[in-house]
Design a protein around this ligand. Structure first.
Ligand SMILES: C[S@@+](CC[C@H](N)C(=O)[O-])C[C@H]1O[C@@H](n2cnc3c(N)ncnc32)[C@H](O)[C@@H]1O
Length: 402
C-alpha cells in the first residue's frame, strides 16, 4: 500500500516570481538560482561595474563593433532598396549604454525612432530613458518592466519594420534548446521580414574566458554573491556570504562558462518567507549562471531552428564577439545551388535540416541544384514547390561573416 502524504500549501512568498524561482532552485539537486535573479537594483549597479573591468572584454568589444559598423547595421536592417523605417525593441536592455550607438545611427537614417526597452529590473530602464531622451530628443523610449522568459508580450505594430535587439551575449545564459524556444517566441511576435540583432560571445581561449568571469578586483564575485544578499533582503534569508566562494569554470563539453557559489563549510541556511531550510555540504555549489559560447555555425543553427535566417554578421579583429542580423522567415518555397550551394550542403546539420522541415523560408540567390534538393528530399517530403511561393523550402545561401 502506498501512503499518501498530506499536501502542504507553499507559503505565499513561494508564489511570487522571485520566491518560486528561489524555492525551486534551492530545493533542486544540484542547487541552482536563475541568472535573472542577479538583477535587483544592486545587481544592476554591479553589472555596470563589470562592463568597465579590463578583463570583461564582452561589452567593450560589442560596443566597438557598434561604433564601427552602426550605420552599416542600420542600413542592412532597414534594407538598402526599400529603406524601411525601423522600430527598435530591446530584450534585457539594462541601461542601454551600447544601444545608444545604434539609436544614434537610426536617428541619422530616419530622424524619429521609437524604442521599446524591456527589462526585469526597473532602475536601469529609468536611467536609460532619461539619458537617451536627453541625448537623442527624436527618440521616444518606452520602458517595460517584464520577464521575457515567461513570454514576450506584443511588440508595437505601427507599420514600421521591427528590429529586436538581443545583445550583450544574454542568449548565452540559456541552454541551446531553451535559447531556440526563446527565439521562437520572439519570432512568433514578428512578421516576415522583421529583424533580430543578436550579440553573441564566441568560443575562445579558456584563460581569456575564465578571467572575464573571475576578475582580479572581485566585482564579479560580489555580483554573484549579491543573489544571496537579495534573498536575505527580499525573502528573509540568513545567508552569510563570507561562507561562500565565487567560482567560475569552463565546461569544455558544453562550451560554457559556469558560475557557482561554493559553500566553504557544512551549513544550514533559513529562508524565512519560504519556510525553507537549505542544507549545504562543504564544497557543494549553487549553480548561478551559464554563459554559452558559440561558433558562428552554432548561431546559424539556433537561428534557423527558431525561424530566422542569417542576413549578415559583423565581428571584431580578434573574432571574439559576433553581432548577427537575422530576418524573420516565413513559409515559402525555393531551392538553391551552384558552388555556394554545395559548400552549404556540407554545413547542413540535422538541426538545420529539421528547421527546413518546419517549413521556414530561407532566401536564395542561387540557381537550382538538384543534388541539394535530392539530399533534402527525405525531409521535404513532397512539399517541394517550384520556387515561386507556396509550401516548401527556401534556403539562405548567404554566409558573410568573418
Ligand atoms: C548581461 S545584462 C545586458 C545588458 C545590456 N543589454 C548590455 O548588453 O549591456 C542583462 C540584462 O538583462 C536583464 N534581464 C536578465 N534576465 C531577464 C529576463 N528574464 N527578462 C528581462 N530582462 C532580463 C537584466 O536585468 C540586465 O539588465
Amino acid at each position: 500500500m502506498h501512503s499518501i502524504s498530506p499536501i502542504i500549501p507553499l507559503p505565499e512568498a513561494a508564489q511570487t516570481p522571485v520566491g518560486s524561482e528561489v524555492y525551486i532552485g534551492l530545493t533542486s539537486r544540484p542547487k541552482t538560482l536563475s541568472p535573472w535573479l542577479f538583477y535587483d537594483e544592486e545587481g544592476s549597479r554591479l553589472f555596470e561595474r563589470i562592463t568597465e573591468l579590463p578583463e570583461y572584454y564582452l561589452t567593450r568589444t560589442e560596443r566597438d563593433i557598434f561604433a564601427k559598423h552602426g550605420d552599416e547595421i542600420l542600413a542592412a536592417a532597414s534594407g538598402d532598396r526599400s529603406g524601411r523605417q525601423l522600430t527598435m525593441i530591446e530584450l534585457g536592455a539594462g541601461t542601454a549604454a551600447k544601444t545608444g550607438l545604434l539609436l544614434e545611427a537610426a536617428v541619422r537614417r530616419q530622424g524619429q525612432v521609437d524604442y521599446l526597452a524591456i527589462d526585469v529590473s526597473e532602475s536601469p530602464l529609468i536611467l536609460a530613458k532619461e539619458r537617451i531622451e536627453r541625448e537623442l530628443p527624436t527618440v521616444t523610449v518606452t520602458p517595460r518592466v517584464a520577464d521575457y522568459t515567461t513570454g514576450v508580450a506584443d511588440f508595437p505594430a505601427n507599420g514600421k519594420r521591427r528590429m529586436v535587439l538581443y545583445i550583450g551575449s544574454s542568449i548565452g545564459n540559456f541552454e541551446p534548446p531553451l535559447a531556440v524556444n526563446l527565439l521562437r517566441d520572439v519570432r512568433a511576435h514578428l512578421s516576415p521580414g522583421d529583424r533580430l540583432l543578436l550579440g553573441v560571445d564566441r568560443v575562445k581561449d579558456r584563460s581569456v574566458l575564465l578571467h572575464a568571469y573571475d576578475d582580479e578586483s572581485g566585482v564579479t564575485g560580489a555580483f554573484n554573491k549579491n543573489v544571496l544578499e537579495r534573498i536575505n533582503r527580499e525573502l528573509g534569508g540568513n545567508f552569510n556570504t563570507r561562507l561562500f566562494r565565487h567560482r567560475a569554470r569552463w565546461n569544455e563539453e558544453q562550451s560554457r562558462i559556469e558560475m557557482h557559489l561554493e559553500s566553504l563549510i557544512r551549513q544550514h541556511v533559513i529562508v524565512r518567507a519560504l519556510d525553507l531550510e537549505v542544507r549545504l555540504g562543504r564544497g557543494e555549489t549553487i549553480h548561478t549562471e551559464n554563459s554559452y559560447k558559440y561558433t558562428r555555425e552554432g548561431v546559424v543553427n539556433i537561428l534557423a531552428r527558431a525561424g530566422f535566417c542569417l542576413t549578415r554578421c559583423w565581428t571584431d579583429e580578434r573574432e571574439w564577439f559576433g553581432v548577427y542580423l537575422a530576418t524573420a522567415g516565413s513559409r515559402g518555397v525555393g531551392w538553391w545551388g551552384g558552388d555556394r550551394g554545395r559548400e552549404w550542403q556540407r554545413r547542413l546539420t540535422p538541426d538545420v535540416i529539421s528547421a527546413f522541415a518546419a517549413g521556414f523560408l530561407f532566401e536564395t540567390d542561387f540557381a537550382d541544384d538538384d543534388s541539394l534538393v535530392q539530399s533534402l528530399a527525405h525531409v521535404i517530403d513532397g512539399k517541394r514547390g517550384d520556387g515561386g511561393g507556396g509550401e516548401g523550402f527556401h534556403l539562405n545561401a548567404r554566409w558573410s561573416c568573418g
